[in-house]
Design a protein around this ligand. Structure first.
Ligand code: NDP
Length: 471
């Protein structure tokens, strides 16, 4: 079916670095033949100027850029200049197909304005033979109240089913593999519970500092930037119950159920459930790096956290007694992200030398996508002794064709598959759970850690006896 994708904010960074390279790759694979892409931004560019802008972007950001392919892709492009006002947006009217998506590639402060203006222009109403969808970038609100207000603004014109909220972690191969691995293997489900699992650690650790995102980051901090959205999504996918029906609404109900069953953090319990840190100057390998407060565009006395760790507990039959530790930080010693599940000790009598530690199942997301199962096997020799062995399964084989998160999500949005998009109640519950933490962190200062370290020492207080942070 002929479809139009209108990108609002088409002169911006997201369009240039991620959306257009993804659309170009889908085009080269023949997956978007009937798609027309209309850029919309306040610049009064001609179509030719927009094409040149996108061509330059693809030359830098599309690894498979080829002039012949570009010449075919460019025919799909169009451009309209205008402000985010209904009367100006109406200039798009003749460019739309019965099936049209609007992508808000705009600063989050403009999501409400743009959704309203599109509605007032009459674009939210689907024609009889088609549909209208609205793709919204992250973040959705900066706290519970602003997220609820934004939802209300959007719902004045758009139905919840029309809104596709992006969390690009849900477009990642390894995130989707989590569901497949959990539910398509007979041996996993019977042991995926508190009887067999001791703890879960979900980590996104970066060696990078704030780089070019200082102005945004200093207002957001690690909790809003990484935990409220991405890590909470990994948390609910790891903990949710198996689906009775493979359906986007059932899936999202199950994810919400996890959040609803998570014990609320209260002002009195924040310290036992949340730790914040901020990096000071330190050594990253051979390089000396400045502290957060000395970075360009960061307020000198800023108390924004560059590290956040949470301890979450789910009070249901499956998970009571299993702490879920979520952690993300900048300027840490290692660049990696993973979901690591530790199993309980084995019962029964075994010679001491056989014990080589508990089993771990690790879903690695960065730097490489792979699954590791840490098991104990006999150490060769005359003695009956054990040693840890890692069974590694690389996620992809050389012959596999992998897709980026934006390639996946754009394909799903065009195809109308909501599985990997956020429903409002998921966003709302994540904000509800974290609001007491955000409120508590409005005063005081984070605990400092040296750049290049494992984060603040105070994170130890979140752990149960016998548990240790992975590194
Ligand atoms: P940009 O700051 O590059 O701006 C995006 C677009 O918004 C541009 O076209 C810009 O126009 C337009 N814009 C800015 N202010 C106004 C205004 N007052 N009225 C009308 N248009 C305006 O943002 P990004 O492209 O980086 O980000 C867009 C969205 O994508 C954000 O929600 C961000 O959180 C999300 N995102 C971005 C990523 C990235 O890597 N950039 C990654 C993941 C998500 P102009 O160019 O004229 O200023």
């Amino acid at each position: 079916m002929a479809t139009t994708l209108v990108i609002l904010g088409a002169s911006g960074d997201l369009t240039k670095r991620l959306l257009m390279p993804a659309l170009y790759r889908l085009h080269t694979l023949g997956l978007t033949r009937d798609l027309r892409i209309v850029g919309y931004a306040k610049e009064s560019w001609s179509r030719e100027y927009f094409e040149r802008h996108i061509q330059k972007a693809l030359q830098s950001f599309a690894p498979d850029y080829k002039p012949a392919q570009w010449n075919r892709f460019r025919r799909q492009l169009d451009y309209v200049g205008g402000e985010l006002q209904a009367d100006q947006l109406r200039a798009l009217k003749d460019k739309l197909s019965p099936a049209t998506l609007f992508y808000l590639a705009l600063p989050p402060s403009l999501f409400g304005t743009a959704a309203s203006a599109l509605g007032e222009a009459g674009f939210a109403k689907a024609p009889r033979n088609g549909w209208r969808r609205l793709i919204v970038e992250k973040p959705f609100g900066t706290d519970l109240a602003s997220a609820q207000a934004l939802r209300q603004t959007m719902h004045a014109h758009w139905q919840e089913e029309q809104i596709l909220r992006i969390d690009h972690f849900l477009g990642k191969e390894t995130t989707q593999n989590l569901m497949v691995f959990r539910f398509a293997n007979r041996f996993i489900e019977p042991i995926w519970n508190a009887q067999h699992i001791a703890q879960v650690q979900i980590t996104y650790a970066e060696t990078l500092g704030v780089e070019k995102r200082a102005a945004y980051y200093d207002k957001a901090g690690a909790l809003r930037d990484m935990l409220q959205n991405h890590l909470m999504q990994l948390f609910s996918l790891t903990a949710m119950a198996p689906l009775a029906e493979w359906d986007p609404e059932v899936l999202r109900n199950h994810k919400v159920e996890v959040l609803r069953s998570t014990l609320p953090i209260t002002p009195a319990t924040v310290d036992g459930h949340a730790v914040r840190g901020q990096y000071r100057a330190g050594q990253m390998g051979r390089k000396k790096v400045p502290g957060y407060r000395s970075e360009p565009d960061i307020a000198r006395g800023s108390s924004t956290e560059t590290f956040a760790a949470l301890r979450l507990e789910i009070d249901n039959w499956r998970w009571r007694g299993v702490p879920f530790y979520l952690r993300s930080g900048k300027r840490l010693a290692t660049n990696y992200s993973e979901i690591a599940v530790q199993f309980r000790e084995v019962p029964g009598a075994l010679p001491k030398a056989v014990h080589a530690g508990n089993n771990w199942m690790i879903f690695r997301i960065r730097p490489t996508e792979q699954m590791d199962l840490l098991v104990t096997a006999k150490r060769p020799g005359l003695e009956l002794a054990g040693r840890p062995v890692v069974l590694t399964a690389p996620y992809a084989s050389p012959e596999d064709r992998e897709f980026s998160a934006y390639e996946q999500l754009l394909t799903d949005a065009i195809g109308g598959d909501r599985t990997h998009f956020l429903r409002f109640d998921e966003v709302e519950w994540a904000w509800k759970l974290l609001t007491p933490v955000l409120e508590a962190w409005q005063s005081g200062t984070p605990d400092f850690y040296a750049a290049g370290s494992e984060g603040p020492a105070s994170q130890q207080r979140l752990l149960d006896p016998g548990h240790a942070w992975r590194s």
